[in-house]
Design a protein around this ligand. Structure first.
Ligand code: ATP
Ligand code: HSE
Length: 292
């Protein structure tokens, strides 16, 4: 196997998952990006520089999520490089529901693939997506991070599948200062939900795909959820309060991913940002992860 020495840079978008009713299925890629640059070293060793989001927290060892994803990719392709140098410039906040872990995983996979000569044929986008899903554990964020646009992802047996669509929706993300880990937020979900709630969600998720593509006037109905947001409210009470307020005003709003970011499918609402939070006005990324 021949390695490209590099440096090679990959840019990966943030993403919002669930979008209200589409739990673990819908994803939307957003114009906020992490950039990772890698270089293959001739001598053994791992050098990691991190700037921006998470710089004070993430490990500089083989436990770094980008490295974990790169290592899994090299192993799938058959060989690890002798040494590696990484520079991570992070703009996606961690543990806020904007797909930082999916961006790290997808970015790592695409980067490792770019560092192995001729690997595109051996690890096409579909296989790369499957690996990302296996590492992340659910497919919604990684689908959007990998392919861009609006994605509907599902798992058939162990096989991950995705349908990508275009949408021109614009969003405003209200980002609290405190993180809530996806692991914690998933732990709050019940084993089962009432049949009537599942039925409402199925209808709203179907409507949401129409609302995001051809019928934007349906967004307020289409963004209703009954199977995860309320169950997670105790872990993010301020987010839940803002969600209720904005929806009562008729602004289509959801909890982004596992929270605690609150995301409105609207512009001109940035002044609603609570004190101490940040606000991001974003468009939809259409490309997904790509080598620069
Ligand atoms: N760029 C990164 N580099 C290294 N580790 C990262 C990076 N991004 C995320 N992580 C790891 O993933 C954790 C956050 O993942 P988590 O799934 O809890 O939240 P999220 O992905 O930001 O939100 P969500 O999945 O709801 O969209 C961080 O605490 C860190 O351990
Ligand atoms: N569908 C996932 C998205 C966060 O990774 C969840 O809500 O737990």
């Amino acid at each position: 196997m021949t390695f490209v020495k590099g440096p090679v840079t990959v840019r990966t978008p943030a993403s919002s998952a669930n979008l209200g009713p589409g739990f673990d299925a819908l994803g939307l890629a957003l114009t906020l990006y992490d950039e990772i640059t890698a270089e293959v070293l001739d001598e053994p060793g791992l050098e990691i520089e991190v700037s921006g989001e998470g710089a004070r927290d993430v490990p500089r060892t083989s436990d770094h999520l980008v490295v974990t994803a790169m290592t899994a990719t090299f192993d799938l392709l058959g060989e690890r490089p002798p040494g590696l140098r990484l520079e991570c410039a992070n703009a996606i906040p961690h543990g806020r529901g904007l797909g930082s872990s999916a961006a790290a995983i997808v970015g790592g996979i695409v980067l490792a693939r770019a560092l192995v000569e001729g690997s595109d044929a051996r690890l096409d986008d579909r296989a790369a997506f499957q690996l990302a899903v296996d590492l992340e554990g659910h497919p919604d964020n990684v689908a959007a991070a990998m392919f861009g646009g609006l994605t509907i992802a599902w798992i058939d047996g162990a096989a991950a599948e995705v349908q990508r669509l275009d949408t021109s929706v614009q969003v405003t993300a209200f980002v609290p200062s405190e993180a809530v880990s996806t692991e914690k937020a998933r732990g709050l979900l019940p084993e089962t939900v009432p049949h009537r709630d599942a039925a409402v969600n199925a209808g709203r998720a179907a409507l949401l795909v129409a609302a995001l593509t051809v019928a934007p006037e349906r967004l307020i109905w289409a963004t209703e959820d009954r199977i995860h947001q309320t169950y997670r409210a105790d872990a993010m009470p301020e987010s839940y309060k803002l969600l209720r307020q904005l929806r009562v005003e008729g602004i289509p709003t959801i909890i982004s991913g596992a929270g605690p970011t609150v995301l409105s499918f609207a512009r001109g609402v940035a002044d609603r940002v609570p004190q101490g939070w940040s606000v991001l006005e974003l468009d939809v990324d259409t490309e997904g992860a790509r080598t620069l």
